[in-house]
Design a protein around this ligand. Structure first.
Ligand code: SF4
Ligand code: SF4
Length: 104
């Protein structure tokens, strides 16, 4: 379970650093985010949801049935889209209305 950060997209805002519960994400000499020990990531997905430029992707590895599928999130108004990218190039989207979620 781990993430990958696309340094070409990263704008160095630091939001992913602030939310990672394991303090796993650091900045390189150019201010771009990277994860030093990817195997320490426990997949909370907090960093995905904070990244404003969708630079962080989460590996849905074979151990959780994803066979290398990638996932990232995109915010569209009140909606949070969970975008799944399959190895063959297909994608699917799970859309969550954030105004309606997490209500108890
Ligand atoms: S998924 Fe969670 S634990 Fe893993 S790097 Fe992102 S914020 Fe940290
Ligand atoms: S939240 Fe995204 S843009 Fe901001 S530092 Fe992290 S990877 Fe870079």
């Amino acid at each position: 379970m781990s993430i990958a950060i696309d340094k070409n997209k990263c704008v160095g805002c630091g939001k992913c650093h602030d939310v990672c519960p394991g303090t796993l994400i650091k900045s390189d000499e150019n201010g771009k985010a990277y994860i030093k020990y990817p195997r320490d990531c426990w997949g909370c997905t907090s960093c995905l949801k904070e990244c404003p430029v969708y630079a962080i992707r989460f590996f849905l590895g074979a151990d959780i049935g994803g066979r290398g599928t990638l996932m990232h999130t995109e915010k569209h108004g009140d909606f949070l889209d969970w975008v799944i990218e399959y190895p063959g190039g297909d994608t699917s989207v799970i859309r969550v209305n954030t105004k309606e979620s997490n209500r108890y």
